[in-house]
Design a protein around this ligand. Structure first.
Ligand SMILES: [Zn+2]
Length: 311
């Protein structure tokens, strides 16, 4: 799970790793990417807390347990008709989530990160792998919008390894962009921008999940109560007395929410801050991880680039 959370590893990589460790797969001695994916999808090992609740709730999965059971201690399970929960894409209407009576051991943030990666399922192509550049997968052609690949080859004249940029649209013969910038220049200027950004922003505190989970659950509870009360106001004929009562309740809930938010801010303030990241000192994989978390796309034009930041 920890290995897969890295943006550069594929399901196949993990399969090969497991096979190399002589750890047999479910149906044979080898692990297929598909069987690795199923293990990562399985919520049995994740510590179910408020974040896991939100994840499944947003997917539209039917959740059996009350909110208070999401205390960050137990693993969970998805049940549903065959195919509804085992396929790559979850058929949320046919699935039900329940918390198990066994302890979870994987932090929800890590588990959810892996789910997000599976959801987007980035495929890694052969001579365009992340090994060639930490920007692979982020660059798009400014002309046709297809991805821009970085290829590596040995120059015949002097045996030097060189890297070139090539728009994938070239294969379809309808894009004639000829990027004049070298990949080294592009990496350099993106690195500069990321350094500036990291310089400006304060590092986020380590989130102490156990300390804030209770609080987060309470906040969800309040939001749901508010929605319910609003529903009552909207759908039923209610007497003025009831309206008065509901308004009072809403006010109370808002007040409590304000207090909780304040409390949350205080907890965050007291948390430990991680050391500042010096971008240029990172290795390729970490550079890639940072670039992917801040950048949406690097648009490559003939003689310039433009950066699209994540919102
Ligand atoms: Zn193109």
């Amino acid at each position: 799970m920890r290995v897969y959370a890295y943006p550069t590893t594929s399901l196949g990589d993990i399969g090969r790793m497991m096979t190399a460790k002589q750890c047999p797969g479910p149906n044979s001695s080898k692990w297929s990417p598909c069987s690795v994916g199923r293990v990562i999808r399985n919520p049995a090992s994740v510590k179910c807390d408020h974040a896991v609740y939100k994840y499944f709730k947003n997917l539209g999965v039917n959740i059996i347990n009350p909110l208070k059971d999401f205390n960050g201690e137990h693993g969970g399970m998805l049940v549903g008709k065959k195919g509804a929960v085992t396929k790559g894409a979850l058929d949320s209407k046919g699935a039900t989530f329940a918390i198990g009576n066994w302890p979870g051991y994987i932090d929800s943030a890590l588990w959810l990160g892996c789910q997000k990666k599976l959801d987007t399922n980035e495929k890694v192509a052969s001579n365009d792998g992340p090994r060639n550049s930490w920007l692979t997968g982020l660059m798009k052609c400014g002309d046709c919008g297809r991805s821009v690949m970085v290829r590596k080859y040995k120059r015949k004249s002097d045996g030097e390894t060189v890297r070139t940029l090539r728009c994938r649209g070239k294969d379809f013969l309808d894009c004639n962009i000829k990027p004049q910038m070298r990949i080294e220049q592009i990496e350099g200027s993106v690195q500069n921008e990321l350094e500036k950004l990291l310089e400006r922003c304060k590092p986020a505190p380590f989130n102490n999940a156990n300390e804030t989970n209770e609080l987060e659950l309470e906040l969800i509870r309040i939001d749901e109560s508010v929605t319910n009360l609003m529903q009552v106001l909207k759908t039923q004929k209610v007497s003025t007395l009831t309206v008065g009562y509901i308004n009072q309740e809403l006010e109370k809930l808002t007040e409590t929410k304000k207090k909780l938010m304040e409390e949350k801010r205080n907890i965050n303030r007291e948390s430990i801050f991680p050391p500042k990241i010096i971008f240029s000192a990172l290795n390729k994989n970490d550079k890639r991880a940072v670039a992917f978390s801040y950048l949406e796309t690097v648009v490559v034009y003939e003689d310039s680039i433009s950066l699209i930041w994540k919102k």
